[in-house]
Write a protein that binds this ligand. Structure first.
Ligand SMILES: Cc1ncc(C[n+]2csc(CCOP(=O)(O)OP(=O)(O)O)c2C)c(N)n1
Ligand code: SF4
Length: 342
C-alpha cells in the first residue's frame, strides 16, 4: 500500500489504479464503471487524500480495492450508515458510496432511505444489475416479476422496486440514471453528482453477463437504444427516436408520445430538473419495454434541489451549544426530573 501524503489535486487516472487484481468476471459492466470513475475523479480538483470510497458487500462492493484512495469494504447494506458517520465526523472528505441493488435495496433498504432524507453530502453509485451477482444469481429487489433464478425456480412473485421513485419518495435531493455502456454519459453524470451538495443518488444500469446477461440490452444496444431511451437535459424538450422524430407531451399529468411531424417542439415537455412533481412523473417512465405503447426509459438528472446537509445542520447546532459556554456534565446526568421508585 502506498502512503498518501501530498495535498495536490494534480494526479492522473493511472494513479488511481491499485496493485490489486480485479476479480470481476471478464465482460462484467463493473469494469466500465470503474474506468469512468477513475477518468473523472482527477478532473474534479479533489485532493487525493480527501477521497474515500465506501462500499457494502457484493461484486460491485469490491470497488474500493481497485481505487488508490482511502476506502472501506464494509458490511452488507451498511455502507450508507458508515458513510453517514464518516461525513458527520469529517465533512471535509469527498465520500463516494458504491453499492448494488441487493446491498442498497434489500438488506440496506432501511439505511438508504435515512441517508437520503438526512442529505449527507455523499455520492451514491448504485450498480443495478437486477440480480445478486456475488452469491451467484438469486433474484434481487429490482428483478422483474417472474424472474427464474436459483432462488425463484418457478419465477419471482415479488413486485420489484423502482429505485429512483423510491429515492425521490425518501426526500432525495439529487436523482439520476446512467448506464455502464455509455461512458460519455456516465462521466457527465458523475461530474454532476460531485457538484451537488447533498446526497447524490446515481442509479447505473450494469450488465452482469454471468447471471443476468442482457437485462438492459434494449437500452444499450445500437439497434434499439434510440427508440427505447430518453436522454433528458435541463431546459431541453423531451425528444427521442432514431431520427429524433418523437417527443413527449404532457396531457394534464399524463405523458404521451407524439410524432414531431405535425407537432411543434415548443409544445413538448421541457425538462426542469427542479420540478419535483414532474421528476416524479419521469420516474414512472418504467414500463416493461415489451409492453405495447410503453414510454422510453429516461437517463440523465431527473431532479436536483438545494437543501441544508445534515453535517451543516449538525455543525450549526454544535456551535450554538458551544456559544452558551461550558456545560456541567454532572448537572446534565442528574437531569431535571427525578423519580423515586417505591
Ligand atoms: C449479512 C449478510 N447477509 C447476506 C450475505 C450474502 N450476500 C453477499 S452479497 C449479497 C447480494 C449482493 O447483490 P448486489 O448488492 O446486487 O451486488 P452484486 O454482487 O450484484 O454487485 C448477499 C445476499 C452477506 N454477505 N451478509
Ligand atoms: S457475477 Fe456478475 S456482477 Fe459479479 S463480477 Fe461476475 S458478471 Fe460482474
Amino acid at each position: 500500500m502506498t502512503e498518501i501524503t501530498a495535498t495536490s489535486t494534480a494526479y492522473t487516472s493511472k494513479e488511481l489504479v491499485t496493485d490489486q487484481d480485479v476479480r470481476w468476471c471478464p465482460g462484467c459492466g463493473d469494469y466500465s464503471i470503474l474506468k469512468q470513475v477513475q477518468t473523472v475523479i482527477p478532473e474534479l480538483g479533489i485532493p487525493k487524500e480527501q477521497l474515500v470510497f465506501v462500499s457494502g458487500i457484493g461484486c460491485s462492493s469490491r470497488f474500493p480495492y481497485y481505487m488508490e484512495t482511502f476506502g472501506m469494504h464494509s458490511i452488507h447494506g451498511r455502507a450508507t450508515a458508515i458513510a453517514s458517520g464518516l461525513k458527520a465526523a469529517r465533512p471535509d472528505l469527498s465520500v463516494w458510496l458504491v453499492t448494488g441493488d441487493g446491498d442498497a435495496l434489500s438488506i440496506g433498504g432501511n439505511h438508504l432511505i435515512h441517508l437520503l432524507r438526512r442529505n449527507f453530502d455523499v455520492n451514491v453509485l448504485l450498480f443495478n444489475n437486477q440480480i445478486y451477482g456475488l452469491t451467484k444469481g438469486q433474484y434481487s429487489p429490482t428483478s422483474e416479476k417472474g424472474k427464474v433464478t436459483k432462488s425463484s425456480p418457478m419465477g419471482a412473485i415479488d413486485h420489484p422496486f423502482n429505485p429512483l421513485a423510491l429515492c425521490l419518495g425518501a426526500e432525495s435531493t439529487f436523482i439520476a440514471r446512467s448506464m455502464d455502456r455509455d461512458p460519455i454519459h456516465l462521466r457527465t453524470i458523475l461530474k454532476r453528482a460531485n457538484q451537488h451538495k447533498g446526497t447524490s443518488m446515481v442509479e447505473i444500469y450494469q450488465n452482469c453477463n454471468v447471471f443476468n446477461d442482457g437485462a438492459f440490452e434494449v437500452f444499450t444496444e445500437k439497434s434499439s437504444k434510440a427508440e427505447e431511451t430518453l436522454f433528458i437535459e435541463h431546459g431541453q424538450p423531451l425528444v427521442f427516436g432514431a431520427n429524433k422524430n418523437k417527443g413527449i407531451k404532457l396531457d394534464g399529468f399524463k405523458p404521451t408520445i407524439v410524432e414531431l411531424e405535425g407537432n411543434s417542439v415548443n409544445d413538448l415537455w421541457i425538462h426542469d430538473e427542479t420540478d419535483r412533481v414532474k421528476a416524479s412523473i419521469l420516474t414512472r417512465f418504467f414500463d416493461d419495454p415489451a409492453k405495447e405503447g410503453h414510454l422510453p426509459r429516461p437517463f440523465g438528472v431527473f431532479y436536483t434541489e438545494n437543501r441544508f446537509t445534515y453535517e451543516e445542520a449538525m455543525e450549526q447546532q454544535l456551535q450554538e451549544s458551544l456559544s452558551k459556554g461550558e456545560g456541567d456534565l454532572d448537572a446534565l446526568l442528574r437531569g431535571n426530573n427525578t423519580w423515586t421508585v417505591a
